[in-house]
Design a protein around this ligand. Structure first.
Ligand SMILES: Nc1c(NC[C@H](O)[C@H](O)[C@H](O)CO)[nH]c(=O)[nH]c1=O
Ligand SMILES: CC(=O)[C@@H](O)COP(=O)(O)O
Length: 190
């Protein structure tokens, strides 16, 4: 299993961009809250370890992982953030409900990444049992919240750099080929 070969809490600060000016939203599911609190603590501690001031981290709670999509959407619409982390823990029960919750939150977060300009980081455990969740929220495999925080910093940096680069959103030809203009378009002053 991939996680068994990679401790989720390990990161090299030398490979992480300067994050002190970034603002982060964290939406936390209350289902399996002992696990989600452990994930949140991992994320919060990693962000502050990377010089993000605590007052630049905004936390909202939602009832369950399925509500993470709506919570992240409203966070994006109303808060000045450079990335959002959604935190949940979905554990297989007796029925197929697990499948639908996992699919719904996965597709919903993917859609937000496609439809909006702010990266939304997927920190949702989808485990067979509680022990697997414990192992990944500060246990033997590390903390997925830590991993998510580092991913959030890196994606916020990519967004920042992309916004300062020449626009590469050249129009596509009818064939679908990318039309390369002689020089990048001038960025119009807003
Ligand atoms: N069983 C789990 C749930 N179920 C609740 C749903 O996420 C949702 O809140 C409900 O269906 C109302 O819309 N949520 C988790 O986060 N983890 C679970 O294991
Ligand atoms: C993911 C869930 O909603 C699940 O844990 C609920 O348990 P059950 O399938 O036994 O109703």
């Amino acid at each position: 299993m991939a996680t068994q070969n990679k401790n989720l809490s390990e990161y090299d600060k030398n490979t992480i961009p300067n994050a002190k000016d970034f603002r982060f939203g964290i939406v936390v599911s209350e289902w399996n809250e002992t696990v989600t609190e452990g994930l949140y603590n991992g994320a919060f501690d990693a962000l502050t370890d990377c010089e993000v001031p605590a007052h630049q981290i905004i936390r909202w709670n939602v009832p369950g992982s399925f509500e993470l999509v709506y919570g992240a959407k409203k966070m994006l619409q109303t808060q000045n953030v450079d990335a959002v982390i959604v935190i949940g823990c979905v554990i297989q029960g007796e029925t197929k409900h697990f499948d639908f919750v996992c699919e719904g939150v996965t597709q919903g977060i993917k859609d937000l990444n496609v439809q909006t300009d702010i990266p939304v980081i997927f920190c949702v455990l989808t485990d067979n049992n509680m022990q697997q969740s414990i192992d990944r929220s500060g246990g033997i495999h590390g903390n997925k919240g830590t991993e998510a925080a580092i991913a959030a910093i890196k994606m916020a940096y990519i967004r920042q750099q992309a916004s300062m680069s020449h626009p590469f959103n050249q129009p596509l030809l009818s064939s679908g080929a990318l039309q390369i203009e002689d020089k990048p378009r001038e960025i119009e002053n807003e």
